[in-house]
Unconditional design. Structure first.
Length: 212
């Protein structure tokens, strides 16, 4: 755990999905005007999660054996599992004067900046794709995001594939896009471990929030 001005970064290790979501809801419901913003860094056991408007046609296909949970974030179906960085963003957007679209762009840009800092090592340029929130390299999705905003405060956040088994994505249309390819930082030639990348990603986002 480390603290910056009004932003607390918590390292939660491996945490079950449902209790973590319930903790985010409780934190957001109970926070006041002076509550410090928090970023939670963690890893989930295998789970598929569905956004509010998720279409069942996008999976998962029968027999996958992985739990499915529907939550209040935006977006379609995605997958979380070991070897993936999950960064939950419990941020009072109203207090910071940040609009929702601006915040989504900030999350995406934090990942782009993280991967871009490795460009000198031959990592292909990361980018956005219009109409498909997240971050992509060579057309393959490396980071997904989905947030919820209640009373001006955001929760949920983003995930970055680092060194995970990508096979569970074959049972879904990732984020509602049939045939979408997924990738991971290991396959992009980035050798840093998950913990180092998680710390760097959180630091990049903290800097953006503090200067918004």
């Amino acid at each position: 755990m480390f603290v910056t001005e009004r932003i607390l970064v918590r390292k939660l290790g491996k945490a079950e999905y449902q209790p973590t979501v319930e903790a985010m809801r409780e934190f957001t419901a109970r926070r006041g005007a002076d509550t410090a913003d928090e970023l939670w860094l963690l890893e989930h056991p295998p789970v598929y999660t569905l956004g509010l408007a998720a279409d069942a046609a996008h999976g998962p296909r029968p027999g996958c054996g992985i739990p499915v949970v529907q939550v209040e974030r935006g977006g379609e179906i995605t997958y979380h599992g070991p070897g993936q960085i999950v960064l939950y963003t419990l941020v009072d957007l109203a207090r910071r004067g940040i609009k929702v679209k601006q915040f989504v762009a900030m999350l995406e840009q934090s990942v782009i900046d993280l991967l871009g800092s490795r460009a000198e090592r031959g990592v292909e340029r990361a980018q956005r794709i219009a109409g498909a929130p997240g971050v992509y390299v060579g057309g393959a999705k490396v980071a997904a995001l989905g947030i919820r905003v209640a009373r001006g405060c955001a929760f949920h956040g983003l995930s970055l594939n680092v060194d995970m088994d990508l096979a569970p994505y074959s049972a879904i249309n990732p984020c509602g896009h049939p045939g979408m390819k997924v990738t991971r930082t290991r396959d992009l030639g980035i050798t840093e471990d998950k913990e180092a990348l998680a710390d760097r990603l959180a630091g990049i986002l903290v800097a953006k929030l503090e200067h918004a």
